[in-house]
Design a protein around this ligand. Structure first.
Ligand SMILES: Nc1ncnc2c1ncn2[C@@H]1O[C@H](COP(=O)(O)OP(=O)(O)O)[C@@H](O)[C@H]1O
Ligand SMILES: [Mg+2]
Length: 495
């Protein structure tokens, strides 16, 4: 050798960073940092000035950073010691997430026993080197002491983006509003899904709002609720979920195979893009969802008939050669050994992946056949809880051209004091006797109460509302039910 030369990376190396990020995946990466910092609350705030969207804040009440820490944080590839459960790993998340969406990122932070600190990085390819501006302490302090509406005990971090690329370059209120609504929905769905386990455990609460700087107004806040892609009420097939286990050297890989009940309308099943798009493998790392199905990664192929099949896989401790996440944490890359490994997985009862997929497909086909053969019914209307209505619609073809059946409680007059129900065919109302109304479990009694009772009555009496006339037999049936239900209700109220 004749010596050495220093070869700092070209600034343009930054351009490629986080190229696969969108606004919501980038924000998820920032929220990951907040979770690693043990924040209990995170606020994502859009900033609007002169009618235009100008910037975005992510504020958390985590441990914060000292001056030394924040320098590492702003360094590309600046790593720290990671614990078993940390979501961070490459030391590029903050930078990649920020520069894939904005030209300027400012980080302000305060750790216990340290003064507030602030740094600002600009992604300007014409600027030489990797200079980082130091924010005045007074500014950091004033920003950190604003009322962000999250519990605050002196420590926390603010990440602020300015000159965000994706924001509309207009002050047209309709377009700005449209953009905000669409982005917020995307963010809420994405965070609710990727972080559903963390949210369900109560480790973090995430809010979104919009600040209008000119009018010093902050709009109503929305909360991110967990969206569990395995959150069905009842398994689609008995015996599932089933664990298929494969061995990889000394390691065990567990495939938790689920079969969804057919035709669910809930978001947990449809996940914004539709059920068919979300069959396949769901990979989790440290409780965070990295991949929400969409592929079988060589284990099988995605087809319509497999739409009820979803497999949960925790990749913690597995070697990167087998499975590795991309830097945006939005996808998992599988190695060549992965598909053969999955094929070797078996359950306690000897079932394999092929058996599982067959079961899922059969369930799908059979449900389609069965539903076609089912007689259509008048839809349920007011008085039914929304989930109940969805469940009924999932199972029964609906006569949507018909006025729905309403169920309501009311006081019956003296002459009918002992009746349990009254059929009002003209207005499609099934009146229920208030006197026999079951007490509410949780204080307030809403009009959508008594789901169990109402669904039974709906299934039993829907026919009483169809057709022009009631036959003799129908009328006799109604009398019979009236008799028995009235007695049952009396027994229940203790008369
Ligand atoms: N909200 C935050 N609160 C506390 N520390 C943070 C926060 N965001 C980033 N950091 C610090 O910055 C470092 C770099 O973050 P990042 O670029 O996302 O890489 P990684 O998360 O992979 O370490 C983190 O390891 C952490 O020490
Ligand atoms: Mg990170």
């Amino acid at each position: 050798m004749d010596g050495s030369v220093e070869l700092p990376p070209d600034r343009r190396a930054l351009d490629g960073l986080g190229r696969n990020h969108s606004l919501h995946t980038a924000l998820a990466d920032l929220v990951d940092n907040s979770i690693d910092a043990e924040a209990s609350h995170v606020l994502i705030r859009f900033v609007r000035k002169d009618g235009r969207l100008r910037g975005l804040y992510v504020v958390d009440n985590g441990k914060g950073m000292s001056a030394a820490r924040i320098n590492v944080a702003m360094t590309l590839g600046g790593r720290r010691e990671y614990s078993e459960k940390d979501l961070g790993s490459f030391g590029i998340g903050l930078k990649a997430a920020s520069f894939s969406n904005a030209k300027l990122v400012t980080v302000l932070s305060c750790a216990a026993g340290h003064a507030p600190v602030g740094r600002r990085l600009e992604a300007d390819p014409n600027k030489r080197g990797f200079h980082c501006d130091v924010v005045a302490e007074a500014f950091a302090k004033s920003e950190l002491s604003r009322r962000w509406g999250i519990p605050w005990s002196g420590t926390g971090t603010i990440v602020r983006w300015d000159e965000v690329f994706g924001f509309p370059v207009t002050d047209d209120p309709t377009r700005v509003e449209e953009f905000i609504t669409r982005s917020m929905t995307e963010i809420i769905n994405h965070l609710g899904l990727t972080l559903h386990r963390v949210i369900e455990e109560g480790r973090i609460e995430i809010f979104l709002d919009v600040e209008d700087v000119d009018h010093e107004l902050v709009g109503p806040r929305s909360r991110v609720d967990a969206i569990n892609p395995f959150g069905y009420a009842r398994t689609g097939k008995a015996g599932y979920p089933k664990n298929l286990v494969a061995r990889h050297g000394d390691l065990q890989v567990v495939f938790k195979c689920h079969i969804w009940p057919p035709r669910s309308r809930i978001l947990e099943f449809n996940l914004a893009k539709g059920a068919e798009k979300h069959q396949g493998l769901f990979f989790y790392r440290r409780g965070r969802l990295l991949q929400a199905g969409g592929s079988w990664d060589g284990v099988s192929v995605a087809v319509r008939e497999r739409q009820l099949a979803r497999v949960e896989v925790d990749i913690d401790g597995l070697p990167p050669g087998l499975l590795a996440m991309n830097p945006e944490k939005s996808r998992v890359q599988v190695g060549p050994d992965f598909a053969p490994l999955a094929a070797s997985a078996v359950a306690d009862d000897g079932a394999t992946f092929a058996d599982y997929l067959t079961d899922a497909e059969e369930r799908f086909r059979e449900s389609r056949k069965r539903r076609r053969a089912r007689k259509s019914m008048i839809p349920p209307g007011k008085g039914f809880a929304p989930q109940l209505k969805r469940a009924i619609r999932d199972e029964i073809p609906m006569q949507d051209h018909q006025a729905p059946i309403t169920m309501r409680w009311t006081r019956f007059d003296r002459a009918h004091r002992d009746d349990f129900f009254r059929v009002d065919r003209a207005d499609r109302v099934l009146w229920l006797n208030e006197r026999f109304r079951p007490p509410a479990k949780s204080g307030r009694r809403g009009s959508n109460d008594a789901s169990l009772l109402k669904s039974l009555l709906y299934l039993l009496m829907e026919q009483a509302f169809t057709g022009e006339y009631l036959g003799v037999r129908d009328r006799d049936n109604i009398e019979l039910w009236q008799e028995i239900l009235s007695m049952a209700a009396k027994v229940d109220v203790g008369e």
